[in-house]
Ligand binder design. Structure first.
Ligand SMILES: [Ca+2]
Ligand SMILES: [Ca+2]
Length: 79
């Protein structure tokens, strides 16, 4: 059953997903559909934390302290 759910979830993520949306899914560790600052900065090197914190704040358009998929992908260019 769990495999079915995971398969469906990954289909939903990959259906029409661009690179930014795939990145988002990888970063969203607790799968709540929002990126916390901790999740966003998880893979960022220490020397880039300050810069990326600014990126996070700039992308958080509704200032709720989390990035939605739309907020995350709005300035993310497809790789
Ligand atoms: Ca999350
Ligand atoms: Ca937000």
């Amino acid at each position: 059953m769990n495999k079915t759910i995971i398969l469906l979830a990954s289909l939903a993520v990959s259906f029409g997903a661009n690179a930014g949306q795939r990145d988002f899914a990888k970063l969203d560790k607790d799968l709540d559909g929002q990126l916390s600052k901790e999740e966003f900065l998880h893979r960022i090197k220490a020397e880039n934390i300050g810069k990326m914190t600014n990126v996070f704040v700039n992308r958080d358009k509704n200032k709720d302290g989390h990035l939605s998929v739309d907020e995350y992908t709005i300035k993310t260019k497809a790789k």
